[in-house]
Design a protein around this ligand. Structure first.
Ligand SMILES: Cc1cc2nc3c(=O)[nH]c(=O)nc-3n(C[C@H](O)[C@H](O)[C@H](O)COP(=O)(O)O)c2cc1C
Length: 376
């Protein structure tokens, strides 16, 4: 069996499967349940300093069904945690006390203010968490106040805020990227320039999950109205894989936590093959339960064995060399056609020259050449 453990920025994960920030990490009770089920790490639900104004609405989730009825996409208009940061300090400590050897990553978000970022980062680190994930990526609610994705779409702010946090703590800092941007490598590079050790990607894709065709109101509907929200689960996996690959190619050597549409081991293996060394899942455990990690572990083992990888790290980025430009694909195809045509011509000439009656049906010199061992 392959070694599923992986060392990332000095932190040892027993397996690469991490609970993504959200409902499956929304308090100490659920984080402890996740570790008990076997998850290799947990990113806690994003928290802010206590005076932040966070008011959630209900309902705040929606599902996207395929024509056959399967859930293929999910959407939320949930904000970050509405709990005080003092409550979070308690949760971090309680979870670390229960599972001291399992990596716990605090996810933090603040407005554009150095003192606030440094205060929240320092307080989280003082609780013994193993790393920080900076939420530059929440697509709804907070962008209205310049936080989350609004900050993450501005590489200058990403770099500056990351630098403030890196100055304030001695633990690895990951920056979580929004996919709601044309070129995700720009904020990712900015975060690394600011000192981030790793990039987490992606957060949710801004979307509208559907319209209620009886009353014509967009979903999820709150008092007859809605607002675009964050799409996740299977529907976003192609976008996530593309963006993880782009970051891996742009920033070789930077650790990547791949996120988006991980519902089973094969999804996680794909994230690893395009450059992720850990993989997060958030909607997966919400819809399938924490126990889904058992299939993630056994299925990844099977895939690593199938391809002869001794450790999960050996598979990281293994599909990246096979991405190229469309122009190059056309060239490769033309080269293959030319090789096939040449081989076919040689076979035809050889077949003709094997029987005396066939001589002269093609080009005579080619038929003679097909029978010649020294063709110089
Ligand atoms: C209900 C819900 C709440 C979320 N809350 C947060 C959050 O507080 N902080 C954050 O960084 N990401 C949050 N996310 C985003 C997830 O961590 C993840 O990046 C995204 O859902 C894509 O992964 P998935 O397809 O595995 O869900 C949330 C996602 C969902 C579905």
């Amino acid at each position: 069996m392959a070694d599923l453990s992986i060392l990332v920025n000095g932190v040892r994960f027993p397996n690469p499967f991490i609970i993504g920030s959200g409902p499956p990490s929304t308090n100490a009770r659920v984080m402890i349940k996740a570790f008990k089920a076997g998850w290799g790490g947990v990113v806690a639900k994003t928290a802010a300093l206590t005076d932040s104004h966070v008011v959630n609405v209900q309902p705040r989730y929606g599902k996207l069904h395929s024509p056959s009825g399967d859930v293929v996409g999910f959407q939320n208009i949930e904000l970050i945690s509405d709990l005080s940061f003092e409550a979070w300090e308690g949760y971090y400590k309680e979870t670390k006390d229960a599972y001291p050897d399992r990596p716990l990553i605090a996810s933090i978000m603040e407005c554009y203010n150095k003192d606030r970022w440094q205060e929240i980062a320092g307080r989280a680190a003082a609780c013994g968490v193993d790393a920080l994930e900076l939420n530059f990526s929440c697509p709804h609610g907070h962008p209205e106040s310049g936080m989350g994705a609004a900050m993450g779409q501005d590489p200058k702010q990403v770099e500056e805020v990351t630098r403030w946090v890196v100055e304030a703590v001695n633990i690895p800092v990951w920056a979580k990227m929004t996919p709601n941007i044309t070129d995700i490598t720009k904020p990712a590079r900015a975060a690394v320039t600011g000192g981030a050790a790793g990039i987490s990607a992606i957060n949710t894709v801004l979307g509208v999950i559907g319209i209620n065709l009886d009353n014509l109101r967009p979903l999820p509907t709150v008092e007859g109205h809605s607002t675009p929200g964050g799409t996740s689960y299977t529907a976003v996996k192609p976008i996530a894989l593309r963006m993880v690959a782009e970051i891996a190619q742009a920033l070789p050597g930077v650790s990547i936590s791949g996120i988006g549409g991980v519902t089973r081991a094969d999804d996680a293996f794909e994230h690893i093959l395009v450059g992720a060394n850990t993989v997060q899942s958030c909607t997966g455990p919400m819809l399938q339960g924490f126990e889904m990690v058992e299939e993630l572990i056994s299925g990844l083992n099977t895939r690593l064995d199938q391809h002869g990888f001794a450790a999960v790290g050996d598979a990281v980025g293994k599909s990246l060399p096979y991405f190229t430009t469309h122009h190059h694909l056309v060239e490769l195809q033309e080269e293959k056609r030319a090789r096939q045509a040449a081989a076919q011509a040689a076979r035809a000439a050889k077949a003709r020259s094997e029987q005396d009656t066939e001589w002269g049906k093609g080009k005579f010199e080619d038929e003679a050449a097909a029978l010649t061992s020294d063709r110089r």
